[in-house]
Design a protein around this ligand. Structure first.
Ligand SMILES: C[S@@+](CC[C@H](N)C(=O)[O-])C[C@H]1O[C@@H](n2cnc3c(N)ncnc32)[C@H](O)[C@@H]1O
Length: 204
């Protein structure tokens, strides 16, 4: 399985990401879906099984749980899915070509509820600008969270970039895309009866 070289460098971060050419990385020109913060990769593996004509890339900054997804995919010899340990924004900036991704999945990102920790949140207007530039025309961003305050903040962030999106829709307790497959956190929070908030952005 070909993986881009991770090159140590000095400075704040200890990793630099090589640009990925999806045609070489996956060995074909199928559309690519990318999940940021994929955790155990449960959703992405199920989606890869159900969509053999699409390529899937899961990234997470922690490899421990992601390796569970990697093992699941390897056991099934799935040709259309890869996992990489990477930090979302830096990886998008350095490794992902403009106009190359058909769909981004961002499910249950860490909510960082304490005000002083909220700067650590991954869902920012900077992220949305990065995603928008890397989507194909008409590409989608799918979002979910169980944290109402975070969802309110997400909607403010989306409103701040509204000119980028042709269409924005939101639901509660109802997946917008692929209701058949759920993430690990989605199943956990649904079992606890928490309300789940979803949004979908379509690139203008
Ligand atoms: C609450 S878990 C959700 C996992 C999965 N999406 C799910 O729904 O089951 C959040 C995940 O995001 C990852 N994560 C947090 N910040 C990240 C970042 N900046 N870049 C990549 N992954 C990140 C964490 O390591 C963790 O696996």
């Amino acid at each position: 399985m070909a993986e881009p070289r991770v090159v140590p460098c000095s400075g704040k971060r200890d990793e630099k990401y090589e640009p990925i050419v999806f045609r070489e990385f996956f060995g074909n020109s199928h559309p690519v879906e990318l999940e940021i913060g994929c955790g155990k990769g449960k959703f992405l593996v199920a989606r890869a099984i159900g969509n053999p004509g699409t390529n899937f890339l899961g990234i997470d900054r922690v490899s421990k749980f992601m390796n569970i997804g990697k093992t699941r995919a390897q056991k099934r010899a799935l040709p259309n899915i890869r996992f990489l340990r990477a930090e979302g924004k830096a990886f998008l900036t350095e490794a992902i070509a403009l106009g190359s991704v058909s769909l981004f999945h961002i499910y249950f990102p860490d909510p960082w509820p304490k005000r002083r920790h909220q700067v650590r949140r991954v869902f920012t207007s900077e992220l949305l600008v990065l995603l928008h530039a890397r989507l194909v025309p008409g590409g989608l961003v799918e979002i979910a969270t169980d944290d109402k305050d975070y969802f309110v903040a997400m909607k403010k962030t989306i409103a701040a970039t509204v000119e980028l999106w042709e269409n924005v829709c939101e639901t509660v307790n109802e997946r917008i895309l692929d209701g058949m497959n759920k993430t690990s956190y989605e199943l956990k929070w649904a079992a606890e009866g928490r309300p789940l908030f979803y949004a979908e952005l379509k690139k203008r």
